[in-house]
Design a protein around this ligand. Structure first.
Ligand SMILES: [Zn+2]
Length: 162
């Protein structure tokens, strides 16, 4: 009979704090969102694609993107609901490590210039039963004092009644 080596283990909880620099492009994008509620994209001068969020180099044609404000375009914050999901399982918020309250609604929205964007659909008491593809939506910002320079400064997108 083969003798097995005993394997010992110890369990520890590690707390790892780090600070990640958003850099000049994403940093400006987030600052404009936080301070003015402006949601910017930039148009690549090489391939004319819109980049959301703006970044230093186009990921399609590798053209250098101009710095703010050259070619930066503020979106209207309005769009169309394409689809949505009700999230019903516990999900960790990657920014905080905390489990988010559920259930919540996540929507996919078509914004200006045919840009697709996925974000919360709200408010929390939104009646999912009346949702339909193609409904108009608009961005709802958190109150100024609650904004942190994150994309979640956009509280949610809400349905706009005609
Ligand atoms: Zn490009």
């Amino acid at each position: 009979m083969e003798e097995r080596e005993e394997r010992l283990s110890q369990e520890r909880i590690m707390e790892i704090r780090y600070r990640w620099s958003a850099g000049p492009y994403l940093g400006r994008f987030l600052a404009e969102l936080r301070d003015k509620g402006k949601f910017y994209v930039v148009r690549c001068p090489g391939c004319e694609r819109f980049l959301l969020p703006p970044r230093i180099v186009c990921s399609t044609c590798y053209t250098r993107i101009p710095e703010y404000p050259d070619g930066w375009i503020a979106l209207s914050g309005r769009g169309i609901l394409l689809d949505w999901q009700r999230v019903i399982y516990p999900q960790m918020d990657p920014e905080t490590g905390e489990v988010r309250d559920e259930p919540f609604l996540h929507g996919t929205f078509r914004l200006d210039h045919d840009l697709l964007f996925v974000h919360y659909l709200g408010p929390a008491d939104l009646d999912e039963g009346r949702l339909q593809e193609g409904m108009k939506v608009e961005m709802v910002m958190k109150p100024q004092e609650q904004r942190e320079g994150k994309v979640t400064d956009i509280h949610y997108f809400r349905i706009v009644e005609d």
